[in-house]
Design a protein around this ligand. Structure first.
Ligand code: ASP
Length: 323
C-alpha cells in the first residue's frame, strides 16, 4: 500500500522522536563532561604545531584561536612540503592552497585553490567570520584575502622548485601519495571551557593538475566538528576521502557509539571496499567529547601528535595494510 505524505511525516516524526532520546541524552552528557583540554594533529610536523596550540589553550584562549595558531606553524615552515610556504607545486609549478576551519557550534569557513597567501587558514577564518558564505575559491579568495589585509608572497621555495623540476624531468604524469608528498595538517582541540574546534590546511597533492581541489577545504570531507560528539580530520588522497565524505562519516559513527579509533577504522574500510587503493594512503584522526582519541590509516606510516596534560607525544596510527 502506498503511504501518503501525511502518513510519512507522522511516521518519520515518531521515529525521529524515538531515535532522538539517546541522541539528546548523549548531547547533554557531552556538554556536561568536565573539560579536559586536548590537542591532536596529523603527522610529525604536528608536534610543534600542537605545542603552539597548547600554549593558547593553557592561557585560556579558545579552541578556535588555538587551532588557527597551531596550524600556522606548519603553514609557515618551508620544510613542510605539503602545507603553505614550501608546499610542493602543481604540475605547472604553481603552489595552490586549500584550508578550512570549523567550530563545535557548526560555524565554518574555507578557501580552495588559493595562491600567493601564506596563511590560508586565517583567510578561511575570515570567510567564516566576515562573510555570509562558507567557501571562497581561486581568484575570488585571493581578492578577498587582499581586501582583508593579507599580503601576496612567493610560496614556491627553491627546494620545492628543484623537486618539481626533478619530477618533470621524469615525465611522470600522475600524482600519487607516497612517503614524500603527503603532509596535510589537520588539527582538533578541546579547550578549558569544553569548546571544540578544528582546522585543516594543505598545498594538496604534489604535482596535481592545475585547479585541482582535494578534500582538505571541504567541510565534511577533510574536517568535521560537532560539539555534541567530537571531531575528525583526514589526510592522504583527497579524492578517496571526498567519495566517502570521510570526516563527517567518522563523526556520525562516533555519534552512534563507535570510539574514535573504531570510527576511523570503519571509514578506512569503506574506502578499501569500493575504491582502487593501489599505492594510496589515507588516514583519519578523531577525538570525542569523552576525551578519547584515535586514528586509523589505510597503510602503515601514518602518525599523529597528541598533546594532553602538558605533554606532547608522537603516536603511530593503526592501519589496514602492512606496506
Ligand atoms: N588530503 C590532501 C589532498 O588530497 C593531501 C594530503 O593529505 O597530503 O589534497
Amino acid at each position: 500500500m502506498k503511504s501518503n505524505r501525511r502518513d510519512f511525516l507522522k511516521k518519520s516524526a515518531l521515529s525521529t522522536a524515538a531515535l532522538s532520546i539517546p541522541t539528546v541524552l548523549a548531547a547533554e552528557t557531552a556538554r556536561r563532561m568536565p573539560a579536559k583540554p586536548v590537542v591532536v594533529s596529523t603527522w610529525n610536523h604536528g608536534m610543534p604545531a600542537n605545542k603552539e596550540a597548547w600554549d593558547y589553550i593553557i592561557n585560556d584562549r579558545t579552541a578556535l584561536d588555538a587551532i588557527e595558531a597551531g596550524v600556522k606553524i606548519s603553514e609557515a615552515d618551508p620544510r613542510v612540503s605539503s602545507v603553505g610556504y614550501g608546499g610542493f607545486p602543481d604540475r605547472d609549478g604553481k603552489v595552490s592552497l586549500d584550508a578550512c576551519i570549523m567550530t563545535g557550534e557548526g560555524d565554518c569557513g574555507s578557501v580552495s585553490f588559493l595562491q600567493h597567501i601564506k596563511h590560508p587558514i586565517s583567510v578561511a577564518r575570515k570567510v567564516m567570520e566576515e562573510t555570509e558564505h562558507i567557501m571562497l575559491s581561486g581568484e575570488g579568495a585571493l581578492q578577498f584575502a587582499l581586501k582583508q589585509g593579507f599580503q601576496m608572497e612567493n610560496l614556491l621555495t627553491e627546494e620545492a622548485k628543484k623537486r618539481w623540476e626533478i619530477w618533470k624531468a621524469k615525465g611522470n604524469p600522475r600524482s600519487i601519495i607516497n612517503g614524500d608528498n603527503h603532509d596535510t595538517i589537520g588539527m582538533l582541540a578541546i579547550d578549558r571551557q569544553n569548546r571544540i574546534a578544528g582546522a585543516c590546511t594543505t598545498s594538496g597533492l604534489a604535482w596535481k593538475m592545475h585547479g585541482r581541489v582535494g578534500d582538505s577545504p571541504i567541510i565534511g570531507a577533510g574536517l568535521y566538528v560537532d560539539d555534541e560528539v567530537g571531531g575528525a580530520v583526514a589526510t592522504g588522497v583527497g579524492e578517496a576521502v571526498i567519495k566517502v565524505v570521510g570526516s563527517f562519516l567518522v563523526v556520525e559513527l562516533m555519534r552512534q557509539g563507535f570510539s574514535p579509533e573504531e570510527a576511523c577504522a570503519e571509514a578506512i574500510e569503506r574506502i578499501a571496499k569500493k575504491q582502487n587503493i593501489d599505492g594510496m594512503q589515507v588516514g583519519f584522526l578523531a577525538i570525542n567529547k569523552s576525551n578519547q582519541h584515535g586514528a586509523f590509516a589505510l597503510r602503515k606510516g601514518f602518525q599523529y601528535a597528541l598533546t594532553i596534560d602538558n605533554e606532547t607525544y608522537l603516536k603511530d596510527s593503526k592501519y589496514l595494510i602492512e606496506e
